[in-house]
Design a protein around this ligand. Sequence first.
Ligand SMILES: Cc1ncc(COP(=O)(O)O)c(C=O)c1O
Length: 496
Amino acid sequence: MNQKLYSKLIFELSRPGRRGHTLPQYKAETTSPFVLPAKYARSSRPALPEVDEPSVVRHYTNSSTNNFGVDTGFYPLGSCTMKYNPKINEAAVALSGIGSLHPAAPASTVQGALEIYSRLQSLLSEIGGMAEFSLNPFAGAHGELTGLMVVRTYHASRGEGEIRRKVLVPDSAHGTNPASAAIAGYNVVECRSLPDGTVNVDDLRSKLGPDVAAVMMTNPNTVGMFEKNIPEIAEAVHACGALMYYDGANLNALLGVARPGDMGFDVMHINLHKTFSTPHGGGGPGAGPVGVRAGLEKFLPMPRVVRDSDGSLRVLDDDTMSPAERTELDPLGRVSAWLGNYAVFVKALAYILTMGKDIEQVGPLACLNANYVLHSLSDLYELPIPGPCKHEMVFDGLRDKSTECTTMNVAKRLLDMGFHAPTIYFPLLFHESLMIEPTETESIETLDAFIKAMRDIAREAAEEPDLLKTAPLATPVRHPDENEAALHPKVTYQSL
Ligand SMILES: Cc1ncc(COP(=O)(O)O)c(C=O)c1O
């Protein structure tokens, strides 16, 4: 392949008048309703590249190989659960009866689609130990916001909406937790962690009071540690009239082993786009269903899917509510267009059903893989919180600080070795955070190859630090200015 030619932008290959197609002249009558009225037509041609067909094909084919995904290689991005998503789940979404559905189709004509929705609601309730789930929210953060709006509606229904103004969030929490609480109108109060990474229960207790609406917790938390004091915390939180919120972004680690509802959580969300067969990252479509314990169902958002006494399914909304439902329910309102991200639901249901009882092995295998990596690297990489961990671990850079090689250098060198980088500089608890989440879908051979690469990098840091500091050497783009790229990204072609 002529790297030089095809590494050019497609705009740079453009030649005036060059075409990749021959289409017959369009002969519609000018009075035809399909002809765009002249007032809407552009006066000048759009600035699109003018290229021949082979150049277009090569452009897209070569561009696709510049990318990295779970289907290309190991993707140990901590906190993102980048596990392999079985292709059969994608095939389920592509079935014509599913892929071509219209969201406004009358419920009587899409009973099968609503059955998929309703079954997923029930299975998530079973998995989470909750009474009911709303599938509406589009992401984890959106689920958090929706869950906190349930909390707010609940307190308002008891006349305490104006009194309970605080939400407690551990200092290890994902940034979306305090952000969601603030957007839901709450004052965020941070709770400290202990040196072992778990929440300091005494500190949390000292912040509880009649003005607290909820405590948000993640379990395992964002440093991969199991919060073993949840029952004690839940008791104290409930005693002061507040609710327990479970951030289910890390549910993969507990799948088949423990249920948030059994631990004492009242409201939770699940990132379907981590645990249930939609890849996380890249800003693609996701879903953050929200579950509630018995007694809080009536506050869930609209629309919902309910089963009527004749067995048929109905989309419950303002227009379809019976007078009895209108009196009984106190929904917080709408949080999404239609019922949510349907394709993500189909994949999640396909995943749960095809896994069957094997789903009980997901959490244990994810933890086993993580601990294997942890123990294979902890002599060379600084481990501020000793294991065992759950599904992921956080190193604080290389042990040998004399090399002055940073976590950024390690991450960039990994790209040369064919691996996606781990999450870096998150969580903010350590200076050189390097967070690895291998997931349960990786084989021992893949883990061993990754461990070898990480060990080789530690050796390079000691023997050839300058090499490490100039990595990556083998990627299509080598050294973008990270600050410039984040602060002033140029995402459209600008001719010189
Ligand atoms: C612990 C935790 N909570 C919440 C979120 C937010 O989820 P989303 O990115 O879908 O909004 C994430 C995302 O990675 C997370 O790791």
